[in-house]
Unconditional design. Structure first.
Length: 199
């Protein structure tokens, strides 16, 4: 029995923080897990930048409302879900992801949660579990599933390497150079074909 585990941002939808950096005019917020492998460090830094500029959940959600899935992402996901079970494993937050999941036809998403004050100030965040993508892949394997994984960033490497088949998708040149052993694809058609072969 197989289950496909996909990253969300950069794979199915644009990077939320990059979109918000453009919308808010704060270029340093373009930094993502493609640049910083330590997610905890990255999020604490992001929250500091938001506090410094007086921005919070409402402003980010306003940006997210205008984000659409990457071209072809919904069709890819719909086709993939006719072949096998699919779960999206993301380090994003429920408060960010809900409108994007609606646009993708409500696939299963496992992610994290934010803490926010009544005025929308983001005061903290709760990670679902430590090393959530790897932990989830190992849990699925313990339940009898063979996992196939795809992602684009440093925080996807553990789940990709732990799976029976794993792929980089629309990743950076640096990550591809650092991990030449991982097959890398840039189109949904090529990724779907690779997953078909792995199934």
């Amino acid at each position: 029995m197989n289950i496909v585990c996909l990253d969300m941002e950069g794979v199915l939808v644009p990077e939320i923080w990059i979109a918000f950096a453009a919308e808010s005019g704060i270029p340093e917020l373009k930094r993502t897990t493609r640049d910083e492998p330590d997610y905890d460090k990255l999020m604490h830094w992001r929250l500091g930048v938001l506090r410094e500029h007086g921005l919070g959940l409402r402003e980010i959600q306003s940006t997210i409302a205008n984000i659409d899935p990457l071209p072809g992402a919904k069709e890819f996901l719909d086709e993939l879900r006719t072949l096998t079970q699919v779960v999206i494993l993301s380090d994003t937050f429920e408060e960010f992801a809900k409108p994007l999941m609606a646009k993708l036809g409500w696939p299963t998403l496992l992610c994290n949660a934010l803490e926010a004050a009544p005025d929308g100030t983001i005061t903290g965040f709760h990670m679902r579990c430590e090393r959530s993508k790897l932990t989830t892949v190992k849990a699925l394997q313990s339940m009898g599933y063979d996992t196939i994984a795809a992602g684009d960033s440093y925080n996807d490497l553990d789940m990709i390497r732990a799976s029976k088949a794993g792929f980089l998708f629309r990743s950076t040149e640096q990550i591809k150079q650092d991990h030449p052993e991982l097959p890398a694809y840039d189109t949904f058609a090529d990724l779907l074909e690779a997953i078909r072969r792995a199934l």
